[in-house]
Design a protein around this ligand. Sequence first.
Ligand SMILES: *Cc1c(COP(=O)(O)O)cnc(C)c1O
Length: 406
Amino acid sequence: MNTQDFLDLELKYGAHNYHPLPVVLCKGDGVFVWDVEGKKYYDFLSAYSAVNQGHCHPRIIDSLQKQSTLLTLTSRAFHNNVLGEFEKYTSSLFGYDKLLPMNTGAEGVETAIKLCRKWAYEKKGIASNKAKIIVFDGNFHGRTTTVISFSNDPDARKNFGPYTPGFISVEYNNLAAVEKVLIEDPLVSGILIEPIQGEAGVKVPVDGFLYELKKLCEKFGVLFIGDEIQTGIARTGKMLACDHENVKPDILILGKALSGGVFPVSAVLADDHIMLCIKPGEHGSTYGGNPLGCKVAMTALQIVKDENLCEKAEFLGAIFRKDLSNLSSPLIKEVRGKGLLNAIEVNDSAESKTAWNICLELKQRGLLAKPTHGNIIRFAPPLVITEEQLMDCVDIIKNVFDSYKK
Ligand SMILES: *Cc1c(COP(=O)(O)O)cnc(C)c1O
């Protein structure tokens, strides 16, 4: 079977809920992936930053294999001998009292919302079922019914109602707008934020925004809920993107690279006065906290430390942005990002096919990236990329922008 056969197969038997680049991958190793024709590519998406540790990292695969022969799932009806170790390891690493394990990112967000609401009623004294959470225009927190209720992307929302109430969306990067809502509405109990908006096109708030936002949270007694599913685990050059401003979220949501792209694991972290608002029987997941995922996640986090992935992302990211900024193409409107989460905003309308066509051209030359929101191309290679490989990729990107004809 060739590429076209695989595309046809999915088209015929799969739901049409994605629009992938026409490439069919069958192998991955570190920064590289291979298609079914044997062509090799640099992966510049890293499965939306799930594969920060590189494809099929041997230590993660080893953990997976070892645990898979011992015990894979008990459900939470019984204890298993790995969960506690994972909870201790991860809570200590991020500096929280406790962790609640789930599987996907969206489940992590749902968990954080439920936790915030429970805290609002039981600790903050909000009248039952009245709590509100501030979110931001352009947000992406997943695909569940509640989460898309506060999206303002028409594709994510339209005809999926009725929507879950209790959310107020304000302009991203606008502190005054947040403060106004906090002053006017005493029912607000939490602020849910991506420290950099990934899906919206790698939107980086101004320096100090997160810090000031946290101060507002403290002043008004509301919880800062950090969705670090895409920005966390070294992607932006620190363990968390919030670390750049020494902000510690009251509720932290992790996913994606928490398990290095090997097995879905997400987690919500908080201190006791928040986390213990949820009591036995009030929340959970059959697979959440399974020993296979716990082992995989511990190894995935240990690799980030052992291979200095934060320092690498910070160092290489600065070089990458400088080199891209030096490209003098009329097609480039802006280069932005932090660490190795970067984007080029293409100088064309959001409806144009330019970014898509550039990505097809990049694919031709051995680099896989994907447009987000029309005219923005996100560049997020696995953090194990070497400086030499990164320079090779800068050349590929430069050549494509130099030769691209509309
Ligand atoms: C990917 C992502 C999610 C959703 O994670 P899933 O595992 O796809 O459910 C939530 N928030 C952010 C910021 C993300 O990037």
